[in-house]
Design a protein around this ligand. Structure first.
Ligand code: ZN
Length: 317
């Protein structure tokens, strides 16, 4: 089975292609919200002729109706310009209406309306004349619920994954072994004496990190991994502080494989361009010290994962 991060590993996760039938209620409400908006726009369009187009003439004909935004034009040129502007604004309103009308989502709605009319021998469907609900509000509620369900599912899956990793005795040593075997260039890892820590050296970046497993109580497995800089008594550089900040704010703190790949992604920090601006340093001469897990990475179950990170300037994030 293939899994994708950070989207869930669950097969029922809706993808863009099958979303329509999985979220049919969402789809219906979304279509209704669009219809409601169309109807509102139709009422607005009715005001366009002639009132909307001739709006600049209103204060001339009726000075009482002059407003801050619609005053009597001082010269014929100004009047002409504001008539032009009003006409352009109305035309783009009509265009917006047309594009909403031709929205691909509404295509199936129109088709269904037409087939209903055909079925009823040309009898028009009689509307009640009022909307019972605000469908844009309902749509937002439904979308929020859908999102929190997805987040909940992702949390559960990560929890299951975490529990599985923790249940294997010496599991992290296996993870470490798999990492060392990959022989990532410029990265050296050594186990520390205490049996719960590692030193990770980035040769080219000239940085050494101390990765320490946190044991919540004696005899318990390591619950998460902490990172600090192994500098002895030396004061941390700005670059080291920035890297540690980003490492400290990572997700999946229980996942050693994730952390080792994230640290390795700093191996070529001095020559890695930012994925956003494609430059090495930003306007403040800063290197891209942020790391974001690349979206939609695929992993095969049962095989060691290799995580890929995108480099970003903090000014580009
Ligand atoms: Zn950048």
């Amino acid at each position: 089975m293939t899994t994708i991060l950070p989207m869930a590993t669950n097969k029922s996760t809706p993808g863009p292609s099958d979303a329509s039938h999985l979220n049919s209620e969402l789809q219906l409400v979304s279509s209704l919200a669009k219809l409601q908006e169309l109807e509102k726009k139709i009422h607005e369009l009715r005001q366009f002729m002639p009132d909307g187009l001739l709006e600049p003439l209103v204060p001339i004909a009726n000075p009482d109706k002059a407003t801050l935004n619609n005053q009597v034009a001082e010269t014929p040129q100004i009047l002409r310009a504001s008539l032009d502007e009003t006409a352009r604004a109305r035309v783009s309103d009509v265009q917006r209406f047309q594009s909403l009308w031709r929205d691909p989502e509404l295509k199936s709605v129109w088709e269904s309306v037409e087939s209903r009319i055909k079925e009823s021998n040309g009898q028009m469907i009689q509307p009640s004349g009022k909307w019972d609900r605000d469908y844009d509000v309902l749509l937002k509620d439904l979308a929020d619920k859908e999102n929190s369900k997805t987040e909940e599912r992702q949390r559960e899956e990560e929890e299951a994954e975490r529990a599985q990793v923790l249940s294997v005795e010496g599991g992290w040593q296996k993870v470490l072994g798999q990492f060392v075997q990959r022989g990532v260039p410029g990265v050296r890892v050594a186990e520390e004496q205490d049996g719960n820590s590692l030193a990770v050296a980035l040769i080219r970046a000239g940085a050494v990190f101390l990765v320490r497993g946190v044991v919540p109580e004696p005899g318990a497995p390591i619950s998460e991994w902490e990172v600090s800089s192994k500098t002895g008594n030396r004061v941390l550089t700005k670059l080291e502080i920035a890297m540690l900040d980003c490492l400290g704010s990572r997700s999946r703190k229980w996942d050693l494989a994730f952390l080792l790949d994230m640290i390795s992604s700093y191996g070529d920090i001095k020559s890695t361009p930012c994925v956003k601006c494609n430059r090495r340093t930003d306007d403040g001469a800063q290197l891209p010290t942020l790391r974001h897990l690349r979206q939609n990475q695929q992993f095969t179950e049962g095989e060691a994962r290799t995580y890929t990170f995108d480099a970003l300037h903090s000014s580009c994030a």
